[in-house]
Design a protein around this ligand. Structure first.
Ligand code: NAD
Length: 376
């Protein structure tokens, strides 16, 4: 079984799909690992670290590979080099990208989207959304600290007292929880909000205060899968009025609110931004899905009358070495389920719930029920 690690062609993608640690693990599965030159360099993993644990470096790594692993969905130019029938495993970003999925299907490969992994106990170790969101939440606070012209902790010095920064985290999933914990570690006074009632206790257990309109709709705002529901216009208006007052008094806002398969909810309007003090910083982790903050621009730091809106994309990639190590481990754990441990051969069980949830294409067709081509 040959596994190839492709170098990312997107110059803005510094992550890599393999680590020295996972190469060792792949070897115990009986796999040979070949890596495109320089694939790990932006994640602090030079070729020499890979060869030291038994991988080979080859510009042709993908050509005869049974499995190609990478970070981002492959483009047509990359697919042209893959063997028909190969498994291709990556973060595929399938929503709204049906044309790209067709290109992958036409290449005759079986593509798997890591971000569609079900959030069940068995698959926790493969949960790329969590491994990357956790780092993004951490990094969002670091970015905020970078652009904030003041200190986070309260400092009582001979020259006077500096007050603690006030941080408000909107959306308390994996990223939001890590943002709260990181801001607390830096000494900020932290409040947080979410539409899922279960988050209240989580926020409080991290030493932050919870802020939300807690009506009947709020009490039922969580799906069986643990995700947020899209809230009614009425609820959004009530919640916006409550948060608008709060936002005026904040120094830092970190937004992370997402609804799977839908555009990000707009939580902070331009008026709310304008109500903040100059020097305040907003970091919008949802900017790639339309943004929680009005005025956030993907890949940019907008300056509105001295208030900064940080719209960096691929925030986990800004902690590339850690993000790559965890992603590589997520991938290994999934691939391990696709291999027969005795024969050491690929043995994909197409009826396994993990395979069914993540498989996008097979035998020249898009097979995932959520991404079927629309019939006219
Ligand atoms: P996500 O990235 O989809 O969304 C981030 C947060 O935004 C969520 O908490 C969501 O409730 C919130 N949100 C959505 N609309 C909002 C609005 N209008 N206002 C405020 N907040 C809003 O979420 P996630 O980080 O992927 O986590 C979602 C859930 O999955 C959580 O319950 C998490 O604990 C759970 N989870 C389970 C597992 C597992 O069991 N293996 C692993 C990871 C996460």
């Amino acid at each position: 079984m040959k596994i190839a690690v492709a170098k990312e062609i997107d110059p803005l993608e510094p992550r890599v799909a393999v680590s020295p640690d996972t190469i060792k693990k792949f070897k115990t599965l009986g796999a040979e690992v070949a890596i495109e030159p320089g694939a790990g360099i932006k994640s602090g993993m030079p070729d020499s670290e890979y060869t030291a644990v038994g991988a080979t470096i080859s510009a042709d790594a993908v050509k005869d590979a049974d499995i190609v692993i990478k970070v981002k969905r492959p483009e047509a130019s990359e697919l042209a080099n893959y063997k028909r029938g190969a498994l291709v495993i990556a973060i595929m970003d399938p929503y709204g990208n049906e044309a790209a999925l067709k290109t992958i299907a036409d290449a005759g490969v079986s593509a798997f989207a890591m971000e569609l992994m079900p959030r069940i106990t068995r698959a926790q170790v493969m949960d790329v959304l969590s491994s990357q969101a956790n780092l993004a939440g951490y990094r969002a606070v670091i970015e905020a600290a970078e652009y904030f012209g003041r200190a986070f902790p309260m400092m009582m010095t001979a020259a006077g007292t500096i007050p603690a920064a006030k941080v408000f985290v909107m959306g308390v999933g994996v990223a939001g929880l890590q943002a709260i914990a990181t801001a607390r570690r830096l000494g900020a006074v932290v409040t947080a909000t979410d539409v899922r009632p279960a988050t209240k206790e989580q926020v409080e257990s991290l030493g932050a205060k919870f802020l939300a309109v807690e009506d009947d709709e709020f009490k039922n705002a969580q799906t069986a899968g643990g995700y947020a529901k899209e809230m009614s216009k009425e609820y959004q208006a009530k919640q916006a009025a409550l948060t608008a007052e709060h936002i005026k008094k904040q120094d830092i806002i970190i937004t992370t609110a997402l609804i799977p398969g839908r555009p990000a909810p707009r939580l902070v309007t331009a008026d709310m931004v304008a109500s903040m003090k100059p020097g305040s910083v907003l970091v919008d982790l949802a900017v790639e899905r339309g943004g929680n903050v009005e005025g956030a621009k993907p890949g940019e730091v907008a300056d509105i009358n001295g208030i900064k809106i940080v719209g960096f994309t691929n925030v986990a990639g800004r902690v590339a070495a850690s993000a790559s190590s965890l992603y590589a481990r997520n991938l290994f754990s999934f691939i391990e389920t696709l291999v027969n441990k005795e024969t050491k051969a690929l043995a994909v069980n197409w009826d396994d719930e993990l395979v069914k949830a993540t498989a996008l294409t097979k035998d020249g067709a898009v097979i995932h029920p959520n991404f079927q081509p629309k019939t006219a």
